[in-house]
Design a protein around this ligand. Structure first.
Ligand code: 5GP
Length: 192
């Protein structure tokens, strides 16, 4: 998606060898107009998939996920990372290792919000090693729901997340695909 690639090129900062910082428009400050555009693009790509729920993980997946859900006219559910006293005891849980934070998070979804009749679309901000997506897949499987695919804002093709999802036969739609960082610059997968 050209608009997204231009924003990454203009405002993204490469940290080390494998992390992209996009806190100007996605991970801290959020550009709502860009989120509307991302949501619309995901909704178009999964328009015929019969989605009944959009699922993400707090917090950075929420903005693109909510606009996707708005466009698809379905609810958005975000898996929570911390237990809250307001959360019921009847939950699905999975462990997700975050390589950017280098910690394992316990992600939690109340059983009322993903049901066997649901067709669930996963949305996330980044696909790196696929741990967040795998955690969400475990929850969808535990709920007996149908997984229709994963919509990823920024995929890093040099990490192993895509392979993991391909092996699980999950349809993946990424709006920007980064194949490398060279001298602090982003190289998109569709470039020569
Ligand atoms: P995975 O679970 O696929 O290894 O990583 C996905 C999660 O890690 C995303 O939800 C995102 O929060 C975080 N993440 C992975 N790579 C990056 C990155 O390059 N930049 C930022 N800002 N977050 C990342």
């Amino acid at each position: 998606m050209r608009e997204l690639e231009e924003r990454i090129r203009r405002e993204g900062r490469v940290l080390g060898t494998d992390v992209l910082k996009v806190d100007n428009f996605l991970n801290h400050q959020v550009d709502p107009k860009l989120m509307v555009a991302l949501g619309h693009e995901f909704a178009m790509r999964f328009a015929d998939a019969g989605v009944t729920k959009v699922l993400t993980v707090e917090s950075s997946g929420i903005a693109p996920a909510v606009f996707t859900a708005l466009d698809l006219d379905v609810p958005m559910v975000f898996a929570r990372k911390r237990k809250s006293i307001t959360l019921s005891a009847d939950n699905y849980t999975a462990d997700v290792y975050s390589f950017t934070k280098q910690e394992t998070n316990h992600i939690i979804v109340d059983k009322r919000f993903i049901q066997p009749k649901d067709s669930v679309l996963i949305i996330d901000d980044f696909l790196a090693n696929g741990q967040a997506a795998q955690g969400m897949m475990e929850i969808i499987t535990a709920a007996g729901a149908n997984l229709v695919g994963a919509g990823i804002v920024i995929e890093k093709t040099f990490q192993k997340g895509r392979q993991l999802l391909n092996e699980a036969n999950v349809r993946v739609e990424s709006l920007a695909r980064i194949e490398d960082f060279v001298n602090g610059q982003v190289v998109f997968a569709n470039e020569d």
